[in-house]
Design a protein around this ligand. Sequence first.
Ligand code: TXA
Ligand code: MG
Length: 332
Amino acid sequence: MNTRVLHYAETTEQEVAHAAASLLSQGALVIFPTETVYGIGADAKNPEAIKKIYEVKGRPNDNPLIIHIADASLLAEVASEVSEEVKKLMQVFSPGPLTFILPRHPSIPLEATGGRDTVAVRIPAHPLARRIIEEAQTPIAAPSANRSGRPSGTDITSLLEDFDGKVPLIIDGGPSSTGIESTVIRVTTDEIVILRPGAISLEMLKAHTTLTVRYAIENDSPDAPGMQYRHYAPKAQMHILEDGEQLSSLVATIKEEGKSVAVLVFDEDTPLPGVRTFSIGSKQAHETYAARLYAHLRAADREGVDVIMVPAVSEEGIGKALMDRIYKAVKG
Ligand code: TXA
Ligand code: MG
């Protein structure tokens, strides 16, 4: 299969949306940008199209997908029941990087939910993503665009690495702005459980609810199915740099062992002459770190780096999601 790449910057929103929508309505897969990470999308109501997602990603078929809609008014098409609390949270955080687990509407095939009676629903903030969904006139099932076990695709190099020749169309909207997948929550009558941390933090949710907000624990499975699957581990050995560790002497030791090393560095860090570094922006805000993490890990692997050093950050705000992905990358 020939993969066509449409660069959003070089064309019009209308042309992009039209090309994507016509393929989606034929049951084909389209990779498109969202504000979190790229999605590999299919018509959520077409079981054959959904099967292609699992095939192309190499994803276990019991790991459910996220269904994307353009507008809250379409919620009733994908979920059979929406509580007042969910509606309230949606008014605050949607469109945006927040995914709700809701009772499944019968029009969403079990293929998309891994056989579950619940469905994950998100309204993306990226205007082009919403335009494509609108034009397709159907909800779009889209997991992150990566081969299963690889970090989510956040730039065109990563997308081509995993999917060149495997999908008919990739829409390149430039590097993803958030860079980490959406927060996934389940809302009950008395609590909000965060199944996957993301850019919408525990603190942000707490500020807009009277319910208890907590992170899922192991006993919450199988409600948090994504947690049990293998996660990305780079080919390189990862070292999490804790505050106060002597980076220059660590690097020297690794080099003495004949290994190559790469370091993710903040703007404020002391320069490291002769060391491969990847920029993660300022220490003052960790948004840039989150936005670039996956692309840097993939780039380090492409370069055949032996050891990659990644600084630990405090688990507040986006820091919680960032450290969650870093720990998973270390463990695999
Ligand atoms: O930011 C994002 O969420 C991106 C963009 C493309 O929207 N999508 C994404 O999808 O990260 P994916 O498939 O890589 O992750 C979906 C997560 C998985 O951990 C999955 O297990 C969980 O959501 N999930 C989906 N449906 C669920 C359900 N019915 N119950 C519990 N968890 C569910
Ligand atoms: Mg994923």
